[in-house]
Design a protein around this ligand. Structure first.
Ligand code: SF4
Ligand code: SF4
Ligand code: SF4
Length: 449
């Protein structure tokens, strides 16, 4: 029985090797976390592993438990560590419970043995790659400063050969952000991936050019530009919404669709009003408020001493989650795209707003541009989904509107079938598009995500 003070839901990113990694990516915010544990071997012990699995299960009221592994580089633990983790899941499971294990990796250490294990245990593997070789190799290098693209691609191909479910995570930085379509088409056509995450690189520099803590307003020259970020998302969206809807899934766009449908959650903590349900577990059992706040100030406690559910359900952590909303500057609350942005992640809120308030998101202009730009296509998409129609139809509608919008629509009677092929009357479909996205929640038709 789950104690009442435990949170309703919890997601933990476990870092069994702490911040250690076989690579040395120039913008890696996590490598410097090594400084938090001087002298450590950075290997999760069996005691911490068992506490993690058993407590995670005790925190779940649901039958499905997601077990997330990340780093640093989690494959440095070796495959036997994960065999033990699976065995512990079996040992502690409640009847009917199932596990979804996810692993975020640079892919360079994967081999056939790894892939067979990952396939047999239905892992979802995220590969970190920043685009084609020239863009990837700019920042993603190993400890000798050598490029890593070929090794990462070898890992991705091995996963595909073994039928392991995989997706890709792109860190969008000052270099690759100028090449959105090159990045997107490479991932779609050459890497042959259909699930993509784009994460903006925002690297705050502390004294001595370090990045250990979240302070200061200076950012590194690798940090994505705010307008660059907006343009990157917008260019990819324009291609996606015209040819790839239903075939390629991009986390930010899926979240936006949910926001335009006015669903209770976008599916991404950064775009929800509050957060605090995604915690980070270090190799020694220390539990932090979030992966982006692995910082002594946000250390909740250690799971060998206090149950993870108590730490996650503590008033301190609840306040951390509420602060996402409560600390917003006034310009966010009045913003026309607030419903989709919600000020994004507190990690990135360190500039002064036009009204002189602290705490505006450094990427604000980029997000505003992006969310404004996608408004019309997403109104169409949300309208189709509310009607129970396939999301893919948005591509047909866009094509029709762009070829001869005025000609087509001026000839359609209000009671005639809509030219988009929806099967609805024109007045119920595109004849009323201007009224869509009106803040009314739609039915439970959810875009696949
Ligand atoms: S592969 Fe990931 S953990 Fe390793 S250095 Fe690069 S960004 Fe950091
Ligand atoms: S701080 Fe940012 S990444 Fe962490 S839970 Fe909140 S929104 Fe998500
Ligand atoms: S776009 Fe800018 S002003 Fe609007 S909610 Fe997002 S961060 Fe705030």
């Amino acid at each position: 029985m789950t104690p009442r003070n435990f949170p309703q839901r919890i997601h933990v990113l476990a870092k069994p090797t702490g911040s250690t990694c076989n690579l040395d990516c120039a913008y890696c915010f996590y490598l410097q976390k090594e400084g938090l544990y001087p002298g450590s071997r950075f290997r999760m012990s069996d005691e911490v592993l068992e506490s993690y699995i058993s407590q995670l299960i005790e925190c779940h009221r649901t039958d499905t438990v997601t077990v997330s592994w990340q780093g640093g580089e989690p494959t440095l633990m070796g495959v036997d560590f994960y065999r033990r983790a699976i065995a512990l899941q079996e040992e502690h499971r409640r009847p009917g419970m199932r596990f979804e294990n996810t692993l975020q990796t640079n892919g360079t250490l994967l081999n056939d043995e790894w892939c067979e294990f990952l396939r047999e245990n239905n892992f979802l593997v995220g590969i970190s790659i920043d685009g084609p070789s020239s863009l990837h190799n700019t920042h993603r290098v190993d400890r000798a400063g050598k490029p890593t693209f070929d090794r990462v691609m070898r890992g991705l191909r091995l996963l595909q050969k073994h039928g392991v479910e995989q997706n890709v995570l792109v860190t969008v930085n000052r270099t690759n952000a100028d090449h959105p379509l090159e990045v997107y088409r490479f991932l779609r056509d050459e890497a042959k991936t259909t699930w993509m995450q784009f994460i903006p690189a925002v690297e705050r520099i502390n004294g001595g050019a370090g990045t250990l803590t979240q302070d200061g307003t200076a950012v590194s020259d690798r940090t994505v530009g705010l307008e660059q970020w907006g343009a990157f998302l917008t260019d990819i969206f324009d291609e996606w919404v015209r040819r790839d809807v239903g075939k390629v899934f991009i986390q930010t766009f899926e979240a936006a669709v949910r926001s335009w449908l006015h669903l209770p959650s976008s599916g991404m903590c950064i775009f929800d009003p509050t957060c605090g349900h995604g915690l980070a577990l270090e190799h020694n059992g220390d539990l932090y408020a979030c992966d982006h706040f692995v910082d002594p100030e946000y250390l909740l406690g250690n799971i060998l001493e206090t149950h993870m559910g108590e730490l996650a359900g503590s008033e301190r952590q609840r306040k951390f989650g509420r602060d996402k909303l409560e600390s917003l500057p006034g310009c966010c609350r009045e913003c026309e795209v607030f419903f989709a942005c919600h000020g994004e992640c507190p990690k990135n809120r360190f500039v002064i707003s036009p009204d002189g308030e602290p705490g505006l998101n450094v990427l604000c202009a980029g997000y505003k541009h992006f969310f404004r730009h996608i408004d019309r296509p997403l109104k169409i998409l949300a309208h189709l989904l509310r009607r129970g129609l396939p999301a893919e139809q948005v591509m047909q509608v866009m094509a029709q509107q762009e070829t001869a919008p005025a000609t087509v629509h001026s000839k359609v009677g209000r009671n005639a079938p809509c030219p988009c092929g929806s099967g609805l009357k024109f007045k119920k479909c595109h004849g009323r598009l201007g009224n869509m996205g009106d803040g009314k929640p739609g039915p439970a038709s959810v875009h696949p995500s």
